[in-house]
Write a protein that binds this ligand. Structure first.
Ligand SMILES: [Zn+2]
Length: 318
């Protein structure tokens, strides 16, 4: 599917595509859950906007965007699909300036659309379940990126200290998915909180020698560390290779995207950018996910995540 495909050019084609994605077995009423095709009528004719349905169970009307991040948007649906496609297929993301030019909408609109799309990219951790498991390896690490909005810049020997930067804790299952979290401060407690809520304790845990992991590591089936301060990055053992290069690769794509593409990001929005990079990493080409499949998976995630202007500034620390 390339960018001149009808779903990116024409609002009706976009709506039909979205309906097929969201409702493979026919329309579902978002108000009462009715999915009985004989109890839902399509409102035809010029008096109604296209794609309007009437539910005979609850007597409410709906379209395919009700209850999704696209709801009540005045932006044509084909532009939404183009924006979701561009953001889901660009490895390091796409700036609001670029979206504004490619979609022909104002910069402010492009910025808000991008944040709504990032909201859709957020994984429902509860239904997805923990990373790792018996016989599987989870790498964990923390990184510091960008200045905190509220803390005065502190420096140690001329360099900004970690405590004046934003902290990110992340996990990755080798050969599987990654999850990054913005935490107020990386500590033994905050790191443990992320670990136990997101990684199966039957996993083997690989970290660096940071003492954040010393005690929590004992809760896992096994915990092995590499001593980065001693110059050790990879250690070959009888039946395994101990390193945290996978998670460092995840951080590296994130940082290159943030520096090269996004440049500015308010701390309150950081969690949404992390969700965006996780979304793409977890559906990366190496896992044999095509751009079209990744886009359709995103369209399946737009439900139940409306983001209003009022809510958009709220921080979401893990
Ligand atoms: Zn209904």
């Amino acid at each position: 599917m390339n960018l001149d495909h009808a779903i990116f050019q024409d609002a009706d084609a976009a709506r039909i595509h979205l309906e097929a994605q969201r409702w493979p077995h026919g329309p579902n009423c978002p108000h009462c859950g009715n999915a009985d095709a004989t109890r839902i009528t399509k409102m035809e004719g010029k008096a109604h906007r296209p794609g309007l349905y009437n539910c005979m169970e609850c007597r409410e009307q709906f379209t395919v965007t009700v209850g999704t991040v696209f709801e009540r948007s005045k932006i044509a649906l084909n532009k939404w699909l183009l924006a979701t496609f561009l953001l889901s297929s660009s490895k390091k993301g796409m700036s609001s300036h670029q979206l504004h030019r490619m979609l022909g909408v104002t910069y402010k609109t492009a910025w808000f659309m991008a944040h709504r799309i990032r909201e859709a990219m957020k994984e429902d951790v509860k239904s997805a379940g923990p990373l790792g498991g018996e016989g599987k390896t989870v790498e964990a690490d923390e990184t510091y990126f960008g200045p905190k909005d509220t803390v005065k810049k502190r420096t140690i020997r001329g360099k900004p200290s970690n405590s004046s930067k934003r902290s990110i804790v992340a996990l990755v299952e080798r050969g599987g998915k990654a999850r990054m979290f913005h935490v107020d401060r990386a500590t033994t407690a905050s790191v443990r909180d992320v670990l136990v809520r997101n990684a199966d304790r039957k996993s083997t845990l690989f970290t660096d020698e940071s003492n954040f992991y010393t005690f929590t590591g004992k809760e896992f089936a096994d915990h092995a560390t590499v001593k980065h301060t001693g110059g050790e990055y990879v250690r070959y053992e009888a039946d395994r290779v101990v390193h945290t290069n996978t998670i460092e690769g995840v951080f590296s794509v994130f940082k290159r995207g943030m520096i090269g593409v996004y440049q500015h990001c308010g701390e309150a929005h950081l969690h949404r950018y992390l969700a965006e990079f996780d979304f793409r990493y977890n559906r990366r080409t190496a896992l044999k996910v095509s751009d079209n499949e990744r886009h359709d998976q995103l369209l399946a995630m737009i439900e139940g995540k409306r983001l209003t202007y009022r809510r958009i500034g709220e921080a979401d620390h893990a």
